[in-house]
Design a protein. Structure first.
Length: 154
């Protein structure tokens, strides 16, 4: 068990409203976390690799990635494929959190290595409940290695 240690969540979503709602839902659900936000797959990979705008920034290695599928520049499917193909990144659990309910997107997500596929709830209350369940699962039940990687740069 994680014994209530804070979980570091890296969320890739281009919708500022969804980012804000997720941040508020995590606070409301009392999940012990740090939430880091990026706007698309390009920024997600730059963050993880310590490149681009994140090159000279000190940043925290995520315990979990929340990934939207439909984003500009690089969508979630392509970003997931790149994460799972990279030996440094592939152990990070990726949870797809999207509005898409299509069977094709679900199958593709799991085929690419997603740990879970969740559909965004339509209400804030539903999102709070989802974040509570997600937090309980990833914080209290899942055992993640202490040295998942430890840092982004390097």
């Amino acid at each position: 068990m994680n014994n209530g240690k804070p979980i570091v969540i890296l969320m890739a979503d281009d919708d500022k409203d969804d980012q804000l709602l997720t941040q508020e839902a995590l606070q409301e659900s009392r999940v012990n976390n740090t939430l880091i936000l990026v706007n698309d797959g390009v920024e997600l990979l730059e963050y993880l690799r310590g490149e681009g705008q994140f090159k000279d920034q000190e940043h925290i290695w995520p315990s979990l990635i929340l990934l939207d599928l439909n984003m500009p520049r690089m969508d979630g499917r392509e970003a997931l494929a790149k994460i799972k193909a990279d030996p440094r990144l592939r152990r990070i659990p990726v949870v797809i959190l999207t509005t898409s309910k299509t069977e094709e997107d679900m199958l593709k997500g799991y085929d690419l290595g997603a740990a879970s596929y969740l559909t965004k709830p339509v209400t804030f209350e539903g999102l709070v409940e989802l974040m509570k369940a997600l937090g309980t699962y990833w914080v209290e039940f899942v055992e993640l290695p202490q040295t998942l990687n430890g840092e982004c740069n390097g």
